[in-house]
Ligand binder design. Structure first.
Ligand code: COA
Length: 375
C-alpha cells in the first residue's frame, strides 16, 4: 500500500524566449548559455498568471476536458478522468505566489471546483514539489490509520502543484542569472492505494545557506505610520527590514544601485552544492527503500543546469540516458521544474507501469530532497 501517482500535467506560457533574444538585454550569446547550461529557450509569462498556469497544469493532471481553457496550453497524463470533488488536499509549492491571502492553493481549489479539499501553499524553493509530495504522502498515510478513521475523514487523494514565475523576481540586467530562469507549472494527483506500493521512500533536507549563495528578498511593503515616537500619519519610514537585509547580505548590492527584490546567486557555489546534494539525496532514498541503482528505471531531476545533472550522473555511476532531460526549452522553473519533467516522462511513455522512478531536487534554503516511487 502507498501513495500512487494517478495523473500529472504541465503548462507553459505562450511566449518562448530564445538565447539570442537575451542578447538585446545583456552581454551574452547562445553558445555560452547552451554550452554552460543546456538551455536553448525558456517560456516567459507575459499574458498568463501563475494561477492560470497552475490551474491548466492541474486540470491536465486531473484529465479534465480543457476545451474551455485553451490558454495556457497544457499537456497531461491520467490513469482515468478524476472527479474534482474527490480531491481532499491541495498543496501549491511556489516562491512567487500571485497572492498571499487567500493562498494560491485555495484559489486553484476555487478555479477547478475542488469543493472538499483543504488547501495550503509551501515554499521550499526549487525542492518545493518534492516537499509537497512528501507532505501529501505523509497526510494520506496518517489519515488511513488515524483513530476513528472513516471513509468521510480519510484523506485519499491529493493534488500537488509546483508553479513559479521566476521572471517576476529576475534581474534582467544580470547576465549571471537572467539567462537561467523561466516560468511554468506542473502538477500531480496522488491517491492512497491499498494494493500498490507507490511512494516507497522520501528524503528531505535543509542546509543553512550561511553564505547567502541564493537569496531573494521579495517583500511587498505597505507604508506604515508608526514612528518610534508614536502614531504619525507622515512617518512612512520602515526600518524593520534592515535586519533582514543584513541577514541576507543584500545591503551592498542595494547601495550599489541594485534592486532589493530580485534573485541573487553565487553560481559556482550553488553548482557545487547542487551536484553533491543530488547525489546524496538519491543515495538516501535508495537506502531507505532497500533498493539499489540497478532497480531504478528513471531519474527525474530538478532542471537547473544540464551540467549539474551530468555531474551527478557521473558521481552516481549512472548513464545519462537514465535521466529525464527537459531543460532545453524551459530553463530553470523552480518549483515547476520537477513536476513538468514528470509530466514529460509520463506523456512520452518514458515511464511505464512497474517502473521505479526517483524524483530529486535542490534549491534555495538550501533545500534538497528526493522521492522514490513505483509507477
Ligand atoms: N553570458 C556570457 N558570459 C557570462 C554569462 C552569460 N550569461 N554569465 C556569466 N558569464 C561570464 C562570467 O562573467 C565569467 O567571466 P569572467 O571569467 O570574465 O569573470 C565567465 O562567464 C565564467 O563564469 P563562471 O561563473 O565561471 O561560469 P560557470 O561555468 O560556473 O557557469 C553558471 C555559470 C551560473 C551557469 C553555473 O555556475 C551554474 O549553473 N551554477 C548553478 C546555478 C543554479 O543551478 N542555480 C539555481 C539553483 S536552484
Amino acid at each position: 500500500m502507498g501513495a500512487v501517482i494517478i495523473g500529472c500535467g504541465k503548462a507553459l506560457p505562450d511566449r518562448e524566449v530564445a538565447n539570442d533574444d537575451l542578447q538585446a538585454l545583456v552581454d551574452t550569446n547562445d553558445e555560452w548559455i547552451s554550452s554552460r547550461t543546456g538551455i536553448f529557450t525558456r517560456h516567459i509569462a507575459v499574458a498568463e498568471s501563475g494561477l492560470t498556469l497552475a490551474a491548466a497544469a492541474a486540470a491536465a493532471a486531473l484529465g479534465l476536458d480543457q476545451r474551455d481553457t485553451l490558454k495556457p496550453a497544457a499537456q497531461g497524463w491520467s490513469a482515468q478522468p478524476i472527479d474534482p470533488s474527490s480531491i481532499d488536499l491541495v498543496l501549491f509549492a511556489t516562491v512567487t505566489p500571485d497572492v498571499v491571502v487567500p493562498s494560491c492553493a485555495a484559489l486553484v481549489k476555487r478555479m477547478l471546483g475542488l469543493d472538499r479539499a483543504v488547501a495550503m501553499d509551501i515554499n521550499a524553493a526549487c525542492t518545493g514539489f518534492i516537499y509537497g509530495l512528501t507532505v501529501a504522502e505523509s497526510m494520506l498515510a496518517a489519515s488511513q490509520s488515524a483513530p476513528g478513521a472513516s471513509s468521510r475523514t480519510r484523506c485519499r487523494r491529493a493534488l500537488v502543484i509546483g508553479c513559479d514565475r521566476l521572471s517576476r523576481v529576475t534581474d534582467w540586467n544580470d547576465r549571471n542569472t537572467c539567462v537561467l530562469f523561466g516560468d511554468g507549472a506542473g502538477a500531480a494527483v496522488v491517491e492512497w492505494s491499498d494494493e500498490k506500493p507507490g511512494i516507497r521512500a522520501s528524503y528531505l533536507r535543509n542546509d543553512d545557506d550561511e553564505k547567502n549563495a541564493l537569496t531573494c528578498a521579495n517583500f511587498i511593503e505597505a507604508p506604515q505610520p508608526f514612528s518610534p515616537v508614536g502614531v504619525d500619519p507622515a512617518a512612512c519610514e520602515d526600518a524593520s527590514l534592515s535586519g533582514v537585509d543584513a541577514l541576507l547580505g543584500i545591503d551592498e548590492a542595494v547601495a550599489a544601485g541594485g534592486m532589493r527584490q530580485v534573485i541573487r546567486m553565487d553560481g559556482r557555489s550553488i553548482f557545487k552544492f547542487a551536484s553533491n546534494a543530488m547525489t546524496h539525496a538519491v543515495e538516501e532514498v535508495l537506502e531507505r527503500s532497500g533498493l539499489t541503482l540497478d532497480d531504478i528505471d528513471c531519474v527525474i531531476p530538478h532542471q537547473a543546469n544540464e551540467r549539474i545533472i551530468k555531474f551527478a550522473a557521473k558521481k552516481l555511476g549512472l548513464d545519462l540516458d537514465a535521466f529525464q532531460l527537459s531543460i532545453a526549452n524551459t530553463g530553470n522553473t523552480s518549483s515547476a521544474s520537477v513536476p513538468m519533467a514528470l509530466a514529460d516522462a509520463y506523456c512520452t511513455g518514458r515511464v511505464k507501469e512497474g517502473d521505479n522512478v526517483v524524483l530529486v531536487a535542490f534549491g534555495g534554503g538550501l533545500t534538497s530532497g528526493a522521492v522514490l516511487f513505483q509507477v
